[in-house]
Design a protein around this ligand. Structure first.
Ligand SMILES: Nc1ncnc2c1ncn2[C@@H]1O[C@H](COP(=O)(O)OP(=O)(O)O)[C@@H](O)[C@H]1O
Ligand SMILES: [Mg+2]
Length: 348
């Protein structure tokens, strides 16, 4: 539904160049909820603005629902109308809702319908239908100032759906909301995704959002996508940064004496618990499980486990060798990454 190839965006201001996007290629399948995560300044908002050509990419292409938007945008005024029509198939919601305070709720939802050229009666009917869809039929005559944050975002969603889009883009749409309101807005997005077959691309810095609603996710850093994939596969991907962000395994040791912390990735060919207990038995050691994130995908157990192995270097090497012989991927995490999180940088 959305494909970008080698998308770059370079901002030039006062002789300085900022490479905001540096060769971004993503694929979003029809009907999926796709999350883009990354620290502040990673290029997430630039990417989303390039997807509907609010921002002109410096190079690369954006294809939405089979239409090459970059080609439509390329040819001056003559191409203005096709691009505008293509944009109509893409709805967008924002962190700060961007509602017009002088208009009623219904008036806000009617705005894009006016631009589309619908008549008065048709506009009113459609706006009321959309407000019903987002659970706000009784607020049609209210003004934005009379609404809670969650209600404002529902109006934003109704407005974004006015052009019957196939794609909804969301830039931190729940970041200004409390956790409970966030849950209900995400629930609404999930319902719309399921009931209307709407493809959703959302930007967030909250891992809980990704876990709650996303089918796939991409991690951005310095204008690049450094990892992407189906959320259900990430757990079984050795060394996955996204898995580490999404399913943190907790801290380090509380034991006396020499110990080694190891992260084990289970791909599904060997179940977790028997291997750990066999290791404990055959090597006569007490293994502490510091954290685990497990799931069953296609009938196989996948996931990650952080364990603490007691003993000196020789004993540790033997234990690691045993685990690797069982077909597991074992990594010794860098102590600096044990507590590092994407959200730890004051993104809130
Ligand atoms: N209009 C602009 N002019 C110049 N630089 C910009 C502009 N918009 C964003 N940037 C820069 O591009 C980089 C990526 O920004 P942005 O896409 O907003 O990141 P994110 O949404 O991940 O926080 C940052 O370094 C930011 O300062
Ligand atoms: Mg941003």
């Amino acid at each position: 539904m959305i494909t970008t190839t080698d998308l770059t965006k370079v901002y030039r201001s006062r002789g300085r160049e900022v490479v905001a996007l540096d060769g971004v290629s993503i694929h979003v399948r029809p009907g999926e909820v796709y999350g883009v995560i990354g620290r502040s300044g990673a290029g997430k908002s630039t990417l989303i603005r390039c997807l509907n050509l609010l921002e002109r990419p410096t190079s690369g292409t954006v294809t939405v629902d089979g239409l090459d938007l970059t080609a439509l945008a390329g040819r001056g005024n003559r191409a203005g109308r096709p691009l505008r029509r293509a944009r109509g198939g893409i709805g967008m919601i924002f962190q700060h809702f961007n509602l017009l305070s002088s208009r009623t709720v219904r008036g806000n939802v009617e705005l894009p319908l006016e631009i589309l050229g619908l008549g008065r009666r048709e506009r009113a009917r459609k706006a009321l239908d959309l407000l019903d869809l987002v659970g706000l039929a009784d607020k049609a005559r209210a003004y934005p100032a009379q609404l809670s944050g969650g209600q404002k975002q529902r109006v934003g969603i109704a407005r974004a759906l006015a052009g019957d889009p196939k794609v909804l883009l969301s830039d931190e749409a729940t970041s200004a909301l409390d956790p409970e309101t966030t849950r209900s807005v995400l629930g609404l997005l999930r319902d719309l995704n399921r009931d209307l077959g709407l493809t959703v691309l959302l930007i967030t810095h909250e891992m809980d959002v990704v876990k709650a609603v996303c089918d796939s996710a991409a991690l951005m850093e310095h204008g690049r996508v450094i990892e992407s994939g189906a959320v259900s596969d990430l757990l079984a991907t050795p060394g996955s940064r996204l898995a580490r962000e999404l399913f943190p395994l907790g801290g380090g040791s509380e034991n006396d004496g020499p110990t080694t912390v190891a992260d084990i990735t289970f791909h599904g060919d060997s179940a977790a618990r028997p291997v750990i207990s066999r290791l404990a038995r055959t090597h006569g050691i007490d293994i502490s499980i510091l954290g685990a994130a497990m799931d069953t995908v296609g009938g196989r157990q996948v996931g990650r486990m952080r364990v603490e192995l007691p003993g000196g270097p020789d004993q540790t090497a033997a234990a690691l060798a045993f685990l690797r012989e069982q077909g597991l991927t074992v990594e010794i995490p860098d102590p600096g990454t044990l507590t590092e999180r994407l959200t730890g940088e004051g993104a809130r």
